[in-house]
Design a protein around this ligand. Sequence first.
Ligand code: ZN
Length: 348
Amino acid sequence: MRAFFHPDQQLHDPKQFMRVGRICGPNDLPTRTAALVGALRTRGVDPEVPAEAGLEPAASVHDARYLGFLESAYERWACIPGAGPEVLPNAAPYWNGSPERDARPGCRSPSVVAEACYYLGDLAVPIGPDTWQSALASSHSAWAAADAVIAGDKCAYALCRPSGHHARADRASGFCYLNNAAIAAQRLRSRFDRVAVLDVDAHHGDGTQEIFYRRSDVMTVSLHVDPEAYYPFFTGYADERGAGDGLGFNLNLPLKPRAGDVTVLGALDRALEAVARFGARALVVSLGFDMHRDDPLSMLGVKTAAYGEIGRRIADVRMPTVVVQEGGYRVCVIGACLGEFVDGLRAG
Ligand SMILES: [Zn+2]
């Protein structure tokens, strides 16, 4: 199995994260990447540096004005007298909450403060001096993993950090700036006529859902903690099934808080059945380790060994597969989870 990771992905070093009314330290620590790289190496997988691909991967699923904002925001922000150390919004434009809404027009105001309010969906996506460089390199890892599968590899792993599944076509949120899983799926579409994205992070893959919500060529399936009481709150419900041409090509499987291995694996089986019924020719897995019972953001009771079973069941569908790293924030746990997952994938 080939894996991809660029050292620039460690540069992004967020300082602030608003949680239940308190500014906390970040969960997305740069040291996450060393834990994941270490786990790969103990399995004999040495991650390759992805080829430089510029803006092409990001532009394949994201709005051009949004990308222009991400690229320029920090430099412009730093010129504001008295500005804080990271770009963060202090207002939020009205959004009607419907998953069927179209992409928005560009932000009317050219001010970086206005654009921060428009393009940053919450207070978990600070932009620091290295954020853009890391996010761009992360998108290159996803693109390279998709290219490996297009070239004939059965499976490839993209160690994406920052992760991506909350990033919409024109909005960052939830530690995510560029949607790496959507980028991989879009790249796979150049070779495979039907692609499925299976999201097994603890949080709903709302950005991925939004990007493909009106399309019938990419099915999105997500199992996650019920958003009634868990981020991202506004989407991830079972009645969101797609719209227009995409009606019937989105499946959400919300899980009750405190669900354990048996419930999660049962939902995974339902998800994989839906992927098979869809007739997918290739699969993207959004892999998060924040379902683990020891994760600081977890509301589930998943144990380390369950990730081996998740890998095995995914391998059993025998589809060309790109695995994209999403969340998982207990640094001392995520390496073991990835190791189990890789073992399961190889045994399947
Ligand atoms: Zn997550």
